[in-house]
Design a protein around this ligand. Structure first.
Ligand code: S3P
Length: 433
């Protein structure tokens, strides 16, 4: 699919933020091993979350989730009730599916084989395999245990104190899930704190989750089902936040955005860049803080992003490069080598896509440097099947002179309605639910 994009004269939109992808995966996976039935509302119906649902169904979990429905019912099988799948588990493009299920299946005496698409089969798996092996699971993977397919024969785990070399919620969650089944305590320490949805949700389901500098769990004998409404995803609000701040005549209202402090790095970056942002109606949804956010045309200045801010904005950093094209001065993103391990190498993707549109951007080993402001020009962009790069190119096209076409945008992974909503927002006035 090739999507045409142009700069609109003005942007006025009120958008209900699509459901959080991280919370959607976890709501399905954790309820799958709970004792009883849970209803999940405002569940993200996207390719990644469907991959999780499909894998769980193959493991014997009853999930009633009609196509196009924002509501699913999960009948949990209890902590020890999963069946051995009679086929390979296909995680599609979804790293969260593969890594969290690896942790869960490491605790089950079943033979499981997990695979995914070409992108997922090139992403690092040693980071999960190594701690799960230390806990006692038998795991093998391709290329010297580096990449999927992954083969797991689990069971009989013991708790470990794991020092993760990377700040990764997927790794942390895999180890904590395995820890629910292990003998003794399991602890995970990270170089910087990653998103904490797993800790929040497991605690709400009755698990003994603690934080003693490292995050930990004690073994559980059962989890209570948890019905919830999934909050809006700040990662899906992010393209709008950037469009609103950079476009010369914009006002965008975002309703129900997750403001979990482990995810709000982009808000801090926008403030540091002097963006005009207003946060109102703060409330709670599905055990997470949410708010409405208004963003308006802003005069931006460059900033430095590194350290603890990086995991708090990891999926939004490509969009920070675009912000930086409209900001006065230099913007540096460092400590972000993890960008190279995403659905594509996002350092290279950012440099290639924005460079083609006229940005002054160069790669660092651990991030990028952008000089602003520049005038971007339209171009034909191949997003390489990476959804976040597809959305980056779409928003860049709305801010550039001339015509842009985006190919291989892959937005169905996390935000299937993105192109339609972009066209509506660009039509001048829109209310998008
Ligand atoms: C996610 C964690 C992050 C993030 C990904 C979703 C999660 O990945 O980039 O989009 O749901 O736990 P890492 O754990 O690899 O940093």
């Amino acid at each position: 699919m090739s999507v045409p994009v142009n700069r609109p004269e003005r942007v006025r939109a009120t958008i209900t933020v699509p459901p959080d992808k991280s919370v959607s995966h976890r709501a399905l996976i954790f309820n799958a091993i709970a004792d009883g039935r849970a209803t999940i509302d405002h569940l993200l119906d996207s390719a990644d979350v469907r991959s999780t649902a499909r894998c769980l169904a193959a493991l014997g979990v009853e999930i009633d989730w009609p196509a196009g429905s924002p509501r699913a019912t999960v009948t949990g099988r209890g902590m020890h009730g999963l069946y051995e799948s009679d086929d390979v588990l296909d995680c599609g493009n979804s790293g969260t599916t593969m890594r969290l299920l690896s942790g869960l299946l490491a605790a089950h005496p079943l033979l499981s084989i997990l695979t995914g698409d070409e992108s997922l089969r090139s992403r690092p798996m040693a980071r999960v395999i190594s701690p799960l092996r230390k806990m006692g699971a038998h795991i093998l993977a391709r290329k010297g245990d580096a990449v999927a397919p992954v083969v797991i024969k689990g069971g009989n785990l013991k708790g470990i104190a794991f020092e993760s070399p990377v700040a990764s919620a997927q790794v942390k969650s895999a180890v904590l899930l395995a820890g629910l089944y292990a003998e003794g305590e399991t602890r995970v320490r990270e170089p910087e704190r990653s998103r904490d949805h797993t800790e929040r949700m497991l605690a709400a389901m009755g698990a003994d989750v603690f934080d003693s500098g490292a995050v930990g769990v004690r073994p559980a004998s059962r989890l209570a089902p948890l019905s919830l409404r999934v909050p809006g995803d700040i990662s899906s609000a992010a393209p709008w936040l950037v469009l609103g701040a950079c476009h010369p005549d914009a006002e965008i209202v975002l309703k129900g955005m997750n403001t979990n402090p482990t995810r709000t790095g982009l808000l801090d970056i926008l403030s540091a860049m002097s963006a005009t942002i207003e946060i109102t109606e703060e409330r709670t949804m599905g055990g997470e803080p949410v708010a409405d956010v208004v963003v308006r045309t802003s005069t931006l200045r460059g900033t430095e992003v590194g350290g603890a801010l990086v995991p708090r904005a990891i999926d939004e950093l490509p969009l920070v490069a675009l912000l930086a094209c409209f900001a006065e001065g230099t913007t540096v993103v460092r400590d972000a080598a993890e960008l190279r391990a995403k659905e594509s190498d996002r350092v290279d993707s950012v440099v290639r896509v924005l460079g083609r549109m006229g940005a002054k951007v160069r790669a660092r080993d651990d991030g990028f440097v952008v000089e602003g402001p520049v005038k971007l020009h339209g171009a034909r962009i191949d997003a390489g099947g990476d959804h976040r790069i597809g959305m980056l190119a779409g928003i860049a096209g709305c801010l550039a002179d001339g015509d842009t076409r985006v190919e291989n945008g892959a937005v169905d992974v996390s935000y299937p309605a993105f192109w339609e909503q972009l066209a509506n927002a660009a039509s001048g006035t829109a209310t998008i639910r």
